[in-house]
Design a protein around this ligand. Structure first.
Ligand SMILES: Cc1cc2nc3c(=O)[nH]c(=O)nc-3n(C[C@H](O)[C@H](O)[C@H](O)COP(=O)(O)OP(=O)(O)OC[C@H]3O[C@@H](n4cnc5c(N)ncnc54)[C@H](O)[C@@H]3O)c2cc1C
Length: 369
């Protein structure tokens, strides 16, 4: 049995695991993630006092794009299968609310927008369940060390194991920060290409509003809004976005994304101070809401938010190991661009590459029988 480690339970890692499991059920798949749950930058925060209240902190909606001339038939088929599966299982549903102020440079290319009624992280969870991988959260990969034809990995939680192949779906700067001989032995061209991958930064603030402030918000005719403001760039009424009818008032969770310049300037500022600044900005942008009635808040610093400059290779992944070493691949939006479909592209090409790499050994094993 070949043992594979996938690092990262975001959308790329989860889908890669599901695709590998579909193609080769005999593979032994392990997924490690440093967070407490699945989703990565498609994460969903739940109010500890009322887990039924949740707010998407990263990706807000999924855009379905028209086929591009460069799409392969295999990618188009995968996209069709996945959208129909996710809609059938009610993991996704069409977005019905109004988006104000959207200035898309993708006009014409976007066919539909979808939201996840159970929270954006349910998409990654769906694929992880399909993969039947052994998943360990709060396991931050620390060391990647190649020895004796295998890859030794260990985590902050004290776990360690040897693998036949490793797929890293973590943001590229975090790959370069790993310990072990694997990163030290990267060839200079690959290292320079990895160092050239750049990300923007943003803060995300999720707020649970009391029924008082929620009812005072029900007069807004938008569900999501892009804003021209020095601090705030985007806002979304989360329950309204999901068409939730679970609550008396539909507008009870607000998500705020800051703009990139603000986050860049305040990347090292204490989070409580950042939250103060964002709350002050909110009172300017939405003065009609009594913000003192906010019941719960959660702030995330997305140091690596969206990819500004992807990896130069356009395959959606990079092979980091030398040809005589066990396979170590890097994948994810750093290699394809920051949206759902680019992560699908990365996951599909990564899974295909792993399967091709393992194939000679499968064939050898069959011949030996
Ligand atoms: C604010 C924001 C808004 C966005 N809006 C949209 C949108 O509306 N629509 C859209 O399609 N896309 C959007 N995106 C982009 C989209 O979220 C990402 O492109 C996508 O989630 C990337 O998925 P990934 O699996 O490649 O990486 P990630 O989601 O980052 O997954 C990587 C995983 O690796 C884990 N990890 C990191 N380091 C380690 C380590 N050392 N050991 C173990 N685990 C580790 C992380 O915890 C994470 O779970 C947005 C992103 C952000 C941040």
């Amino acid at each position: 049995m070949r043992e594979l480690l996938i690092v990262g339970a975001g959308i790329t890692g989860s889908l890669t695991a599901a695709l590998l499991a579909r193609a080769r059920p005999s593979l032994s798949l392990t997924v490690w993630d440093k967070a407490r749950g699945a989703g990565g930058r498609m994460s969903t925060h739940r109010d500890p006092a009322n887990p039924a209240l949740h707010v998407d902190m990263g990706a807000q909606y999924i855009s379905r794009f028209a086929p591009r001339p460069t799409d392969t038939a295999a990618f188009t088929t995968l996209k069709e299968e996945l959208y129909s599966e996710l809609l059938k299982c009610r993991v996704l549903q069409p977005l019905s609310g109004k988006i104000e102020g959207e200035r898309s440079n993708l006009a014409g290319a976007e066919e539909a927008k979808f939201v996840a009624p159970k929270g954006m992280n349910s998409v990654a969870k769906h694929f992880l369940e399909q993969s039947r991988a052994t998943v360990a959260y709060q396991h931050q990969l620390q060391t990647t060390h190649v020895r004796d034809g295998r890859v030794f990995c260990d985590t902050s939680a004290g776990a360690s194991a040897n693998f036949d192949a490793v797929i890293l779906t973590i943001p590229v700067p975090q790959i370069l920060a790993l310990n072990g001989n694997f990163v030290d032995h990267l060839d200079s061209g690959t290292r320079a290409s990895l160092e050239a991958v750049k990300y923007s930064s943003r803060y995300a603030l999720g707020l649970t509003l009391s029924s008082v402030s929620a009812s005072s918000c029900s007069s807004f005719d938008w569900t999501m809004k892009y804003v021209d403001h020095p601090i705030i760039r985007f806002m979304s009424w989360d329950s309204s976005k999901r068409g939730s009818s679970e609550f008396e008032t539909k507008s009870d969770c607000l998500l705020v994304h800051t703009g990139v310049p603000f986050a860049t300037e305040h990347l090292e500022t204490d989070k409580p101070r950042v939250q103060e600044l964002v709350m002050a900005a909110l009172t300017e942008v939405l003065p009609e809401v009594p913000w003192g009635a906010a019941k719960h808040s959660h702030l995330i610093r997305w140091r690596y938010s969206q990819v500004l400059t992807p990896y130069k290779d356009t395959r959606g992944f990079a092979e980091l190991s030398a040809s005589d070493q066990p396979l170590v691949l890097a994948a994810g939006d750093g290699f394809a661009g920051s949206n759902f479909e680019n992560c699908l592209f990365s996951a599909q090409n990564t899974a295909d590459h792993i399967l091709k790499h393992l194939e000679p050994r499968f064939i050898l094993l069959l011949n030996l029988r």
